[in-house]
Design a protein around this ligand. Structure first.
Ligand SMILES: Cc1cc2nc3c(=O)[nH]c(=O)nc-3n(C[C@H](O)[C@H](O)[C@H](O)COP(=O)(O)OP(=O)(O)OC[C@H]3O[C@@H](n4cnc5c(N)ncnc54)[C@H](O)[C@@H]3O)c2cc1C
Length: 437
């Protein structure tokens, strides 16, 4: 192995990036410079966003400071948003840092790299539907989840005051969720959990019956990634909670107070959440002249190197990886992001040692969908057992929760990961069931 000190820059500290930074820092942090760049100061595991949005989880308790995590694991954290890559100079360009009023605090900067890993995740795809950007909420990051929760709490308060006769107002909180995939379904169920908790915490006249939730899916059924029987079970559970589930219903427009469907129905609502698929962020289109697909994801080879630059890797939701023998790229999921981070970690080590790179092998451990405390459904082990095993109920719930626990262990190690899991249990006993502010 050469003695040259390399600088490895990872952009994006999400499910993939923070795990990679930890592994690289732990193994190479003394010999090479490992730098993690993120536009946020703290990491929140994205699959928790719907729970943060409904208040079921307090993100302040679960977020991880990149600065202190980097100090512990041997990498440096750089706060900033990547806006471009100069491949000739081997530099990542970081956008100027602006104050709240637009004053420039730090000018545009460049970070040089020997190897670069892009892990900037995805954003919700609005498929160009009119009015969606202006009128819908998204669950792409913590800020958006917090915004949803604040608006939800305000509407619940409005209904509560109206029912007490304090103000003349509509007595329902009407919420439309567009997209019947895991995010939409999990959010719909979680809303009912929050509504019942609000009832217990002081809004005595408010409860689940004050919610009018409509889940709208363009395809023939919800949860297309799960076997049909489980999707049907999830649909029944949602309907029992009170959710109106519409399938085969494309949305053609969002207005300030309604969602308009292809058949012309106007579904009036106070809150509109768009969760109908993801794509890479638009700034990835043509970044550094790298190859991007139509969904703004960077096209990578099985080694996870981008097609036009051996020194640049892309992993997680921001990449598009078509493995030999498959017709579709691997899906944008947390387990894929985690597995890609592992392959990138190994391949960077091999590259610095002058060894041949290994192809990414995706092991589909299945999918699980949590309907809050009401139910959990899923199918397990996909290609491990050559088929799918349906799971429901407590076992499914346990495995669903294990995914986050495994993420905690991946980024903190066994000891601290286990301590945090224990702390999570204590918090569940000592803190309110939902975040009330
Ligand atoms: C509500 C919800 C529930 C989900 N549930 C599940 C589930 O149950 N199971 C599952 O497998 N998957 C689930 N997913 C999908 C899963 O969260 C993603 O597939 C996974 O987080 C992708 O990881 P990533 O590292 O590619 O991106 P992310 O985790 O999104 O991380 C991207 C990081 O890049 C940073 N970033 C972005 N742009 C820039 C920039 N220009 N400069 C610097 N930093 C930047 C962001 O701040 C972020 O930290 C869910 C997603 C959502 C929204």
């Amino acid at each position: 192995m050469s003695n040259k000190k390399n600088q490895i820059v990872i952009v994006g500290g999400g499910a993939a990036g923070i795990a990679l930074a930890r592994w690289l820092g732990g193994r190479f942090g003394r010999r090479h410079n490992i730098i993690l760049v993120d536009r946020n100061r703290t990491h929140v595991w994205k699959p928790l966003l719907h729970e943060i949005a409904t208040g079921a989880l307090d993100a302040n308790l679960d977020e991880v400071s990149y600065q202190s995590h980097g100090h512990r694991w041997g990498y440096r954290f750089f706060f900033g948003a990547m806006e471009d890559i100069d491949r000739q100079a081997r530099e990542v360009i970081i956008a100027p840092l602006l104050d709240e009023d637009g004053t420039e605090l730090i000018a545009r900067q460049a970070i040089s790299y020997d190897y670069l890993v892009l892990a900037t995740g995805s954003v919700t795809n609005d498929f160009g539907t009119p009015g969606v950007q202006e009128h819908c909420l998204f669950l792409d990051d913590r800020m958006q989840a917090d915004r949803f929760r604040n608006r939800l709490l305000n509407h619940c308060l409005r209904v509560s005051r109206a029912m007490n006769g304090d103000i003349p107002a509509d007595r329902y909180v009407r919420i439309a969720i567009v997209g019947g995939g895991a995010t939409g379904v999990e959010l719909a169920a979680e809303l009912y959990n929050s509504a019942s908790a609000l009832h217990d915490y002081g809004l005595e006249v408010f409860d689940e019956s004050r919610l009018e939730v409509t889940l709208i899916e363009a395809g023939p059924r919800i949860l297309p990634a799960l076997p049909e029987r489980l999707a049907r079970a999830a649909r029944c559970e949602l309907q029992e909670l009170g959710v109106r589930v519409l399938t085969g219903t494309p949305v053609v427009e969002a207005t300030h107070d309604a969602i308009v469907t292809g058949s012309g129905e106007r579904i009036g609502c106070d809150l509109k959440v768009w969760a109908a698929g993801v794509k890479g962020a638009e700034f990835l289109d043509h970044i550094g002249g790298l190859e991007c697909n139509r969904a703004s994801q960077l096209v990578v080879r099985p080694t996870l190197q981008t097609t036009r630059d051996d020194r640049i890797f892309a992993i997680g939701d921001s990449s598009s990886c078509l493995l030999p023998g498959n017709q579709r790229p691997v899906p944008p999921r947390a387990q894929v992001a985690h597995q890609m981070a592992k392959t990138a970690y190994r391949n960077l080590g091999r590259m610095m040692a002058g060894k041949e790179l290994m192809p990414f092998i995706y092991r589909d451990h299945g999918s699980l969908v949590s309907l809050s405390r009401f139910s959990t459904v899923g199918s397990l082990m996909g290609n491990l057992i050559g088929g799918r095993m349906a799971v429901e109920g407590r076992l499914a719930r346990f495995i669903y929760l294990s995914l986050y626990r495994m993420h905690l262990i991946a980024i903190h190690g066994w000891l601290k990961g286990a301590a945090l899991i224990l702390l999570g249990h204590v918090n569940r006993i000592t803190r309110p069931r939902i975040k009330l502010h």
